[in-house]
Design a protein. Structure first.
Length: 311
């Protein structure tokens, strides 16, 4: 059975590690993630964006996750809606078998964010589902989430206690300098997360699970692979992994990873096409792509999240 993130986060908070929340869009991605997590005995969150539901269909994705549960019955898996932008979307996922949803009203006023989040929380809790909310906004682009550079805002620690108290949400995504997509920072800049904000938030809501969005590290080996085999990704820069590991040692219990998986898959598919121009069977090029996803997730679990062996 699918689980909620409640117990996952409690263990992660107390143990100084984070759970990987990996975005899924198709069978190969789900297979790569769950194979890695199973071998490393790590709990995992499979998260679906609004765009992924539109691309793959809600039912297909849920059934693929159910298949993973049959293969790995002892592995804690949560199915999560990433960046839900309305009560209706959250309700559809709750009614459709998800065990966790995010309602992202961070672009609204504080009052609107509280009101909308509270409505989702009340419905979700009545159906045994947990809710992630967001306070502060990240720059960058991910599916339908688009915030221009300069219009992002760090989370104000003085507001988190009131927000959590009024909404009764189960976890909180905060903005401390991460960014969506593969182009997170300007070339020549040294990315630096605002750990002072994270630590202040933790003091104000001790024991409460914090979430980091936009936390892909954009591995340069895959950027190079994409560019070498016909792609064009200049100046793609991500969040340093040592900073993410430090965040996981503090109060961050969930770290979202999407772009790194996309890069690993795309780089390997481009390489395969270049080396085998006569091949046309999707199984031929999706097999190394799936293996790349597995390797990427295994690396994150062992070296960044610290969640290996936590089942």
């Amino acid at each position: 059975m699918l689980v909620t993130t409640k117990e996952m986060f409690k263990k992660a908070y107390d143990g100084g590690y984070a759970i990987g929340a990996f975005n899924v869009n198709n069978m190969e991605i789900i297979q790569g993630i769950t194979e890695a997590a199973s071998e490393l005995k790590s709990p995992v969150i499979l998260q679906v964006s609004k765009g992924a539901r539109e691309y793959a269909n809600h039912t297909y994705l849920v059934k693929l996750v159910e298949a993973a549960l049959k293969l790995y019955p002892d592995m804690p898996i949560a199915l999560h809606l990433d960046h839900g932008d309305s009560f209706e979307l959250c309700k559809s996922c709750i009614d459709g078998g998800f065990t966790s949803v995010m309602i992202d009203l961070s672009s609204k006023s504080f009052e609107e964010n509280v009101e909308g989040t509270k409505k989702v929380v009340e419905y979700a809790h009545a159906h045994g589902v947990v809710v992630e909310a967001e306070l502060g906004t990240l720059a960058g682009i991910e599916d339908d989430v688009k915030v221009e550079e300069g219009k992002q805002s760090y989370t104000d620690p003085s507001m988190v206690e009131e927000f959590v108290s009024k909404t009764n949400c189960d976890s909180l995504a905060i903005a401390i300098g991460t960014s969506h997509g593969a182009y997170k920072f300007k070339p020549g800049t040294k990315p630096q997360l605002r750990f002072d904000i994270l630590e202040e938030v933790s003091k104000r809501i001790p024991g409460f699970p914090i979430v980091l969005h936009g936390a892909s590290s954009v591995p340069q080996e895959f950027v190079k692979m994409v560019n070498e085999f016909g792609g064009h990704m200049p100046d793609a820069i991500g969040v340093p992994e040592d900073q993410l590991r430090h965040a996981a040692e503090l109060s961050v219990c969930k770290i979202n990873i999407d772009s790194d998986i996309r890069l690993a898959m795309t780089g390997n598919i481009r390489k395969y096409f270049a080396e085998h121009p006569d091949h046309f069977d999707p199984r031929q090029y999706l097999k190394p792509a799936r293996a790349a996803v597995k390797d990427m997730v295994a690396h994150k679990i062992k070296d960044v999240l610290g969640s290996a062996g936590k089942i």
